[in-house]
Design a protein around this ligand. Sequence first.
Ligand SMILES: [Zn+2]
Length: 385
Amino acid sequence: MKRGKKSDVRFVALGGGQEVGASCYFLQINDAYILLDCGKSPTGSYFPDFRTILKPPFLECLNQINQIFISHSHFDHIGALRDLTAQCRNAGIYATPITKALLFHILWNLRDRHDVSENRQERDEILADTTVRSIIETGYCREIPLPGYTATFYEAGHIPGAAMVYFQTKDRRILYTGDFSCRASALTSPYILPDTITFDTVIICGLHAKHPHIRRGRDPQSQLAFIKQKLERGYSVHLETVQLTKGWEILHTMNEEMWNNHLPLLPVYIDHSLCLLAEEMERMHIPVRRSWNYVGPPPRGEQAVVIGRFAPSRFIPVKVDFSLHPTYRELADFIEKYNPKTVVLVHTGTADTQSKANCLEMELMTKPSWTGHFIYAETGEIYSL
Ligand SMILES: [Zn+2]
């Protein structure tokens, strides 16, 4: 960048703009071409669309991407990484050590491999392995010096290993939140930013930005009370979860509650996927399982808890589907607290029936200190920030 010239910052949502799935964002800071996350929809059908950035004034090919920052290891933020690594051969890929460990597990161990040939399996494993090996492990709060800017990871809460990414140039401060949480969960603290941090622009996960009336009925505490009641009456319970990290969270919670005598101590059966994840975390010295945890289906007639996708029909099903994202109120408070000039909302759910899509912006406009503006980033649109 020439001396005295203002930083040139441009942004394109390649997926996960005003929708959830395939979160992947292009950020140009001066001459640096950056990708924030590389997701795919959980079914694999929705892939980031690179057409907007593969033409002037941006790139000729994806090899020109300089850095990729991975915020956390949910599939809608990492699913496309394996395919992209081959195309972004010159990019440095940055993630926290826990995200890196979870990544291999999610990119490879969890893929349904029953219907693919052995050759294909081998190729997929090599690709997943190469992708994960190329990741540069990055701890929290350590400034990474890069040509034209610096980047720093901060704890985002949400799931273990999740990070916000903070970018600085000589005249700009930009925060990408990724998915984050404002409350502690069984496995994470709330997000942690330094007291002195400021930013002029935030690219923020706004899942509940259009849901001012959302209720928090399905939080872990209320589900736990329900599970406790059923177990104390002698029933067996099946804790259904499709998202693996939520399975891990509920397993941790059940183990803690049983250990502290808040729940009857019963055998807990987990499925094979959750077992593989537990092994991966235990290799990193993060304990997951206890002596009353088993792998596989429970024996007939025994009162037990099952965590995973399937359980015998005698088990009472409980959908474990609590939100790890900020509520509308928490989002509004976050934005008011940091008071950035520009709020780029991404990863938003559709507006609920009782509210306007821009209700968050309308609320901020009533605050005397608010002078900023909102961008509801549409996938494929170019924004100068
Ligand atoms: Zn997530």
